[in-house]
Structures are given as C-alpha cells and as structure tokens.
Write a protein of this length. Structure first.
Length: 192
C-alpha cells in the first residue's frame, strides 16, 4: 500500500469507528494493528487506553510511510475494574450486572502518528449511568450477541442504548471515537 501523503489510515477493525469517521466525512483506509490489548499491573484505565491507542498508531505508521495513522482504544471502568470486551456470555452478564444502576466511566483514547512518530494523543472520558437491570433483561440482552465485541459488554448505538439513562460527555466517545477532538487534532497536524 502506498497512500498519498497525509492520507488517513485507521489502525482498527472497529465497525463503530469506521461508521463515525464515515459520518464525519473523513476518507480513510483500514489497516488493523494486530496489537494485543494487555493491562500492565495496576495500570489505570485512562493510561491503559492511551498506551493502547499509541501502540496501535505507531505499529501501523511504521509500516505505511507518509500516512497519518489513527489508533484508538475504548475501555469501561467501574470501581477500579477495567472492562474490556467480554470473553464469553457469562463474562458479559457479569459486567452488565456490575454496571446495573450505577455510573461508570468510558475512556476512549486516540493517537495520531506518521512515519513511526507520535503526533498527538489524548484520552477522553464520558460518564455513563445505567438504569437498574433485572437478571432477565441482562440475559435477554446478552442473548442478542451485541455485547460480545464491545468494551463493558454494551453498545450505546444499538440495543445497549436502552440500558442508559444519562451520558455526561461525548456520546460518540462511548461508541469508540471522540470525533470532534480527533478532527481538531487532524486539522492541526495537516496545517504543519
């Protein structure tokens, strides 16, 4: 692949991130980073998300010269537990039970890199409040399969949106990308 100078490459296979960039009118290519998401020790959620976003952007930018590579990572955190994608249905139900009736933090970090150098990186947090969920509601939602590829086992843009009573901060951040902040960073980089 030999993209034009300053072409945008999304270092993520996330359909939600693709949808958000499409809606914003950003032209981009997708090249998955292959970076393993592993929490290091007692790493806080925002630092973990930021480290993952940086690693993803840098990994792809080293392979594709001249392109601006966007890496991102989304994590859900409640009472110190970082919730990534559930490993199975029981894990999804466990996460949803923990989030039932409480407010938790969703952090999406993004990073922009070119030629193996980091150009910008920032974690963005939103606070999400769930309504109280019955075990039957949790079981029914998990049975849809929607929670299985999402941090915290829910998607705000799908059926998971019905579980939420309040969002403080950017909703698109909860989906997986704080679009306004990403666009502002891209505009600054392109002006350089």
């Amino acid at each position: 692949m030999s993209p034009q100078k300053n072409a945008i490459v999304l270092a993520s296979g996330s359909p939600r991130r693709r949808e958000l960039l499409d809606r914003a009118g950003v032209r981009f290519e997708v090249v998955e980073s292959g970076v393993d998401e592993v929490i290091e020790g007692e790493e806080p959620a925002d630092r973990f998300a930021l480290r993952m976003a940086r690693e993803k952007a840098l990994a792809v930018s080293r392979k594709i010269p001249d392109a601006i590579v966007l890496g991102a990572d989304t994590v859900v955190e409640y009472e110190g537990e970082i919730m990534l994608k559930p490993v199975d249905r029981a894990d999804a139900a466990r996460m949803l039970s923990r989030l039932s009736g409480v407010t938790h933090t969703v952090t999406t970090a993004f990073a922009l890199a070119r030629d193996g150098e980091l150009l910008a990186a920032e974690p963005v947090a939103s606070r999400v409040t769930f309504r109280k969920l019955s075990p039957e509601e949790i079981e029914s939602y998990v049975a849809t399969g929607e929670p299985m590829d999402k941090a915290g086992a829910y998607g705000i843009q799908g059926l998971g949106g019905t579980l939420i009573v309040h969002v403080e901060g950017p909703r698109d951040n909860v989906m997986g990308l704080p679009v306004r902040k990403v666009l502002a960073a891209l505009n600054r980089i392109r002006a350089i």
